[in-house]
Design a protein. Structure first.
Length: 311
């Protein structure tokens, strides 16, 4: 597939899997390419099929570098290179649906503008994932993202201290907080800018934050808590008429113990009453997963139980 950029771009090999079987096992044994069937040599249709899939995800956060000591430089330079790639190749940019980045304080005057340019160059992106940012970057992120709008983004994953990036996504429908911290900054942005949010996940905070969140998302359809939210916090979502799915975690490693816990049962019943007002399919889910997995310890098996809510 021809590209207008001067840079060399990865393309799929010309051989189909069938043609690859005809390549001799011994490197000393030659073979005649002209003897292969024509359809195995010219695979334009294969490139047409797989080229969009190859560029569906733009991930500057992935690298093969083994130099762990300079990870911030590796990710920063990767973001700069891939930003230039999509900015100079509109055809590639049109295929990107998801972008995942890690932002550090490395060369922010170069890296962050490159990140902004990359997002603006992706007309069909719907998912933006900010895997990690430094917790002291709120001001510098605001300086570089302020005034830029990404109306095509519908799903965003980010830490709470990257809330200034959320300001640039007014059309977002799904917001996932990926750090277990107070989500008050994200709630403030949602209340002011993001009026169409339908799904939130990973939000935390005291009862006052949950109360503000419930007020800020009148169109909420689904919410997922990664902790055993107290009933006193959960009750603030009772006024949401479209909320049909509630998921929260249990502190119990076994389903049997969870179902014998009066506090957990009360939380389940409250959640059922909240979603009962919504139209369509309604359910409440309780789940458990062991954090020891991330610490290198032997984790307990997780479990999940869904409760269908009848009228």
């Amino acid at each position: 597939m021809p590209l207008k950029s001067k840079k060399r771009v990865k393309q799929l090999p010309l051989e189909t899997p069938k043609a690859a079987e005809l390549v001799p096992a011994s490197p000393n044994k030659g073979f005649n390419l002209l003897e292969l069937p024509l359809e195995l040599i010219t695979c334009k249709s294969w490139r047409y099929l797989f080229f969009p899939l190859l560029w569906e995800r733009l991930e500057p956060c992935l690298t093969h570098s083994k130099n762990v000591g300079t990870w911030y430089k590796v990710y920063g330079e990767s973001l700069i290179r891939k930003s230039s790639l999509v900015c100079e190749n509109p055809e590639i940019a049109s295929h990107v649906r998801s972008m995942s980045v890690i932002l550090s304080r490395y060369s922010t005057d170069t890296v962050l503008p490159a990140c902004v340019r990359a997002i603006e160059a992706l007309p069909n992106i719907h998912t933006l994932q900010i895997i990690r940012t430094h917790d002291k970057m709120a001001t510098v992120l605001n300086n570089h993202f302020e005034g830029h709008i990404f109306p095509q983004v519908r799903t965003i994953t980010l830490p709470g201290h990257a809330h200034n990036i959320l300001r640039s996504c007014p059309e977002v429908r799904r917001i996932i907080s990926n750090t277990r911290m107070n989500s008050t900054t994200l709630v403030s942005v949602i209340a002011k800018v993001c009026k169409k949010v339908e799904e939130v996940e990973g939000f935390r905070g005291p009862e006052s934050v949950m109360k503000r969140l419930a007020k800020a998302v009148p169109n909420l359809r689904s919410i997922k808590f990664d902790y055993p939210i107290p009933s006193s916090d959960l009750q603030h979502f009772y006024s949401l008429k479209k909320l049909s799915r509630i998921t929260f975690c249990s502190k119990h490693a076994t389903e049997e113990h969870a179902m014998a816990d009066n506090e957990c049962l009360a939380r389940i019943n409250l959640a059922k009453n909240i979603v009962r007002k919504a139209e369509g399919r309604r359910n409440v889910t309780v789940e458990y997963y062991d954090d020891n997995r991330s610490q290198g310890l032997t984790p307990c098996p997780g479990w999940s139980r869904a409760f269908n809510v009848d009228i």
